[in-house]
Ligand binder design. Structure first.
Ligand code: 1PR
Length: 534
């Protein structure tokens, strides 16, 4: 293919744009990276997947002359698709880090979602669009969900009305896409919106290609997410396998005592994508003791998965500062960056977030040096999940410990009426002097964008989620909470969504053992009146 068929991509180097690269290649097109402002002016079609922070992005674009080139390119009505921050920069200014000027092409100020109206910030997940006629690239996707992940938004007004091609509601109506002539931009992520998203990209990139049948759906609001989780580790033969524990013990109860092998990570992730998983998580469960960048197969798994899976991918395990055998120091930011470059959309921190929260609660000082703070500063808090591995500790009275406890539905072994949830590190091997409630609130302040809430007691038991724990944490924080551990039937999913404020539910064993297909979970939730992405 010559340059003419290539898509020009403006990657100004601030973050993870691997997903959009994968989606463009999946559609059979080559990518030409912008090196100079002239590359923008000469582009046949330009995609700008804005990532990172608004102010930092505008600084870079102003300093290297690209802001001016972008303005000219868009004013000349050349084919443009901005994504997320790549849409926000078209507005006059953003309130992210004070008042920062954008390109000023569309009237309006980009402001932060207000969490006081009951909505969790960041806005993460699959939401519905109200699409106007002639939106062109959105024409075929009415009533379907698309994937959002952001904390800032622009509001429709009389002044910008002529630009707005769709809106979305999250506490308020905000602008989810704009279109004027050949200029398009979307707040959501088409490259992470499954088939619907690929169809949007196809319409922009290959406008003459045959139109597929319009998608049909009934999306009206933010959907509850169903997430498939793959716990990955090396087995005793040295192969990377998907495993699954009982209360975190992943070895067979046989004489050989081998690591349970439930399948190959890339194949299983691809299958779950096809089955309708809204997100896929990989947890490198021995990352706490092995250095993840030494674990090249894990990075290869991410690379290969992200080439064909177009829903968000989270990867966790081993994210911390590390010095290797040769004395070379790697910051946790470098580890995370490598995960992002390999195709992760979010990273998840377990043990290291516990140490950071303990330190913060002890000193009251945010040093900015923890892995959590560093990564969320560079990649945004929406890219940082904190995975909590608590173990239930029963107590007779809430005054017995200095940690927040709950009155439990099922009494403890000695008739105890209360429990607190002790955080652990190193895959549940070591209990720490901090409760899940205290940890969740601390990591939210330190910059976590989401919480993956496991429960060691329930893990692999198939008896349902720990509703007491999930209610406690999802009521305590303003960021989304993913309920995890214990799913055994479709009813467990409707239970957790109807009795707690969880935004998503994650399961592993029932999907790996093919006991309950993802589609059955979603059909059940729909029947129960809980909105899901179909
Ligand atoms: O501490 O930053 O290196 O991160 C390690 C990560 O690996 C953490 O996210 C931790 O939860 C995870 N992990 C460590 N050891 C294990 C283990 O099982 N031995 N897996 C482990 C945790 C829990 C869930 C699981 C759900 C659903 N797995 O992710 O998938 O409990 O299971 P179910 O539906 O079958 O009940 P760091």
């Amino acid at each position: 293919r010559g340059d003419d068929s290539a898509v020009t991509l403006l990657d100004y180097g601030a973050g993870n744009v691997q997903s959009i690269r994968n989606a463009i290649r999946y559609l059979g097109l080559d990518i030409k990276d912008v090196q100079t402002p002239e590359d923008i002016l000469n582009a046949k079609r330009l995609i700008f997947p804005g990532v990172g922070a608004f102010a930092a992005m505008m600084d870079v674009l102003n300093n290297n002359g690209m802001a001016e080139a972008l303005r000219t390119y868009i004013e000349n009505d050349r084919p443009f698709l901005g994504i997320c921050l790549g849409m926000q920069l078209l507005f006059e200014s953003s309130e992210e880090k004070g008042q920062v000027r954008g390109l000023g092409l569309i009237p309006g100020v980009v402001g932060r979602f207000d969490s006081s109206n009951g909505c969790r910030v960041p806005h993460i997940g699959w939401n519905a669009l109200q699409i106007k006629p002639d939106s062109v690239i959105l024409d075929d996707i009415a009533n379907r969900h698309v994937y959002f992940v952001h904390s800032y938004r622009a509001i429709p007004s009389e002044e910008n009305e002529e630009w707005v091609s769709s809106t979305c509601n999250y506490g308020i109506d905000f602008i989810s896409s704009i279109r004027r002539g050949n200029v398009h931009a979307v707040q959501f992520h088409p490259e992470k919106s499954g088939d619907v998203g690929l169809s949007i990209l196809r319409k922009f990139l290959l406008p003459n290609s045959q139109t597929k049948k319009p998608f049909e759906g009934k999306a009206t609001q933010l959907a509850k997410r169903v997430i498939a989780c793959l716990d990955v580790r090396t087995n005793d033969n040295g192969d990377l396998v998907v495993t699954k524990g009982d209360q975190y013990d992943v070895r067979e109860q046989t004489e050989e005592n081998e690591v349970r092998n439930l399948g190959k990570p890339v194949e299983l992730a691809g299958q779950y994508y096809k089955d309708g998983a809204d997100e896929i998580s990989f947890l490198n469960i021995t990352g706490f003791r092995d250095f993840p960048l030494g674990d090249l197969p894990m990075l290869e798994i991410l690379r290969r998965t992200s080439e064909n899976v177009f829903v968000p991918l989270t990867v966790g395990g081993g994210i911390r500062d590390f010095t290797d055998g040769n004395g070379r120091y790697y910051s946790s930011l470098e580890v995370a960056s490598e995960y992002f470059r390999s195709g992760a959309d979010k990273i998840s921190i377990g043990s290291d977030a516990v140490y950071a929260a303990e330190e913060y609660l002890k000193t009251g000082v945010k040093t900015g040096n923890s892995s959590l703070e560093q990564i969320s500063r560079v990649y945004g808090n929406q890219a940082v999940v904190v995975s909590i591995d608590p173990r239930r500790q029963y107590i007779a009275s809430p005054y017995e410990v200095g940690f927040k406890s709950v009155k439990v539905r099922n009494l403890g072994p000695n008739g105890e009426e209360y429990a607190w949830y002790q955080c652990t590190v190193k895959g549940g091997r070591e209990g720490r002097p901090i409760g899940a409630y205290e940890l969740a609130k601390a990591v939210e302040e330190l910059g976590a964008g989401e919480i993956l809430l496991n429960c060691i007691d329930c893990d692999g038991q198939g008896k349902g989620f720990d509703i007491d724990l999930i209610k406690l944490i999802s009521d305590a924080v303003g960021i989304p909470v993913i309920a995890s551990s214990g799913a055994g039937t479709v009813g467990h999913f409707s239970e957790v969504f109807s009795q707690t404020n969880a935004s998503a539910a994650l399961a592993a064993g029932i999907f790996h053992r093919k006991e309950v297909p993802i589609q059955s979970v979603k059909n059940h939730l729909l029947r129960e009146g809980i909105e899901v992405r179909m």
